[in-house]
Structure formats: C-alpha cells, structure tokens
Design a protein around this ligand. Structure first.
Ligand SMILES: *[C@@H]1O[C@H](CO)[C@@H](O)[C@H](O)[C@H]1NC(C)=O
Ligand SMILES: *[C@@H]1O[C@H](CO)[C@@H](O)[C@H](O)[C@H]1NC(C)=O
Ligand SMILES: *[C@@H]1O[C@H](CO)[C@@H](O)[C@H](O)[C@H]1NC(C)=O
Length: 277
C-alpha cells in the first residue's frame, strides 16, 4: 500500500495564493512533473482563473517528484512555478500508484493554505471542465455556505479485487468488507472545502489504498458524510463534442491537450449564444 502517513514535505508550494482572496472554487488538477504541455493547455482554457467574472477561482496543479531523477526536470518545474504560481509538489514519488498521496496533498494544501475557500473540484488533466455550469447549476452561490457536501459520478457497487493476479489486488487485512462504501469516480468530483481538513485528518488514521476514489469513499463513510447525487449524469461523461451538450455537463473525458484546445475555442467563443433548454 502507498506509504502513508509520512511527513511528506512541500517542495514547491503556493503559500500566498489564497491569502488575499476568498476563492469560491479551488480546482485541484492531477498533473505529472513532465507534462507542462497539458498544464499550458489547461491554463489557456478551463483553468484560466480570469475567465469567471464575479467568482474567484483558483487553479493549482498537483505533482510529486519525478521518477526520472534528472535535476533538470525539477529545475524546469521550479521555473514554471515561478512563472505561473500554480504548482504544488511534495516529496513523494510521482506515480499512478501514489495518486492517493497526491490527492491528500491537495486536501492538506486547501486545509492549510486556502481554508477560506467555499468549494473544491478535483479533476484529472485529460478532462474538460465546465466551470460555469458547475458554479451556477450545482454549487449555487446564492445559497448559504454548504458543509459536508461531496458530489460526482456516484458508484454504489464497488468491490475489492481479491485475486492476487491483479495489480489492484486488495488484501483482506487492508480492507475486510465485501463491498466498498459509495464513492465518486475519481476523474472529477466536487466537495465543500470544510471536507478537505476532515478528510485529511481521518486519512492519517486510515489504511491508505492506491485507488484514491475508493479511499475517499472510505474516509467519507468514517466521517458519516453521505454523497450527494448530482441532477443528472453530469460528471465523468464520454461524449463527442457538441456545444449544447457540453453546455449542460460538468466534466467530460476529452482525450488530450489538442482536443481540449480545439473544443474550448468553439465552446468559449460561442458562450454568449446560449443554448435552448
Ligand atoms: C486568461 O484569460 C484572460 C482574460 O480573458 C486573458 O487575458 C489571458 O491571456 C488568459 N490567460 C491565458 C494563459 O490564456
Ligand atoms: C510512492 O511514493 C513513495 C514515497 O516517495 C515511494 O517510496 C514509493 O516507491 C512510491 N510508490 C510507487 C509504486 O510509485
Ligand atoms: C464494513 O462495513 C461495516 C458495516 O457496513 C461498516 O460499519 C464498517 O465501517 C466497514 N469497514 C470498513 C473498513 O470500511
């Protein structure tokens, strides 16, 4: 199982990003050290904090330490961080297997450096995110501040793999029950920012599993926080691009940076045209 807890240290941090603002939404993007090209595409599209007039949105990229231990990779990352101020890194090995550690780093960062945020969206970097729909149709800024809210593509029938042949095999000692508690598919989910601290704290005393979305479900069960079903299937979608379909979804698999840039150009430039209901 991924080594946790362990006092992982921030090696690149943005301590002051939230000090002068109270973001309505923090977007935690799962990224990897070498993938500057995708970060660039996201900064120019849905991750651009200036897009969302009237709402403070903060976008940060979560990375670990590159498995290729070339100093140059770290230097380039530090330079990128200096230029954009949006990279967060701790000293764990950046691998898919360590995704839970990376997500918990995001929770710790929100709890410590951005505790006055309202909501947090965690999302993979190969997704399209419709922030306007997320804010106005789901998070509803006109409502009083919400707590203990967690929503996404809810999975209710997950089971641990008990066959050692498989990479994601889960020993009974690690997770004894036959089924997993409900959890939100990890490609993109949203939660009220108070949960960042609660999840981070409960994770310190829970056996960490590499399937980070299942692990979040386990933490939420321990915290007695139920998942909220979104109105319709708006997270974790696979759709061909159609502006008016994307208009009413939150998170869609987009394939890659070129696809994202192409889709965004059309989506964003025609935003004011609206769509029929
Ligand atoms: C973000 O949006 C602002 C306002 O539209 C624009 O001026 C800026 O160039 C954009 N940033 C990037 C990285 O595309
Ligand atoms: C996860 O990160 C830890 C801490 O850096 C490292 O020791 C371990 O090898 C990593 N595991 C994998 C499978 O990458
Ligand atoms: C196993 O299931 C029981 C009953 O649903 C629950 O109370 C308990 O927390 C679960 N154990 C784990 C490790 O999730």
């Amino acid at each position: 199982m991924p080594p946790y807890p362990y006092p992982y240290k921030f090696t690149i941090n943005q301590e002051d990003k939230c000090s002068s603002q109270k973001p309505f939404l923090v977007i935690l993007v799962i990224s990897s050290c070498h993938d500057k090209a995708t970060r660039t595409a996201i900064r120019e599209t849905w991750g651009n904090e200036s897009n969302y007039i009237g709402f403070e949105v903060v976008t940060v990229f979560l990375v670990g330490i590159s498995a290729f231990r070339f100093k140059s990779i770290q230097w380039m990352l530090e330079e990128e961080s200096g230029a954009f101020g949006d990279i967060i890194q701790q000293n764990f090995l950046d691998s898919y297997y360590n995704l839970t550690i990376k997500t918990l780093m995001g929770m710790q960062w929100v709890a410590t450096f951005c505790p006055n945020a309202n909501f947090v969206m965690k999302i993979d970097s190969d997704m399209f995110l419709n922030v306007d729909y997320l804010i106005h149709q789901l998070l509803l800024p006109e409502l009083p501040t919400r707590t203990n809210y967690f929503s996404g593509d809810v999975c209710t029938d997950g089971e641990p793999i008990r066959d050692k042949k498989y990479k994601w095999y889960v020993p009974v000692e690690v997770y004894p029950n036959k089924t997993y508690p409900p959890y939100c598919i990890g490609t993109g989910y949203v939660f009220s920012a108070d949960l960042a601290k609660k999840i981070y704290e409960v994770a310190q005393v829970t056996t960490v599993m590499p399937m980070e979305d299942v692990f979040m479900g386990i933490c939420l069960q321990k915290l007695n926080v139920p998942l909220t079903q979104p109105p319709g299937h708006v997270f974790n979608r696979y759709n061909y691009y159609d502006r008016c379909i994307f208009h009413k979804l939150v998170a869609i698999h987009i394939g890659g940076k070129y696809q994202l840039q192409k889709v965004w150009q059309d989506f964003w430039s025609k935003k004011s045209l609206g769509c029929k209901n």
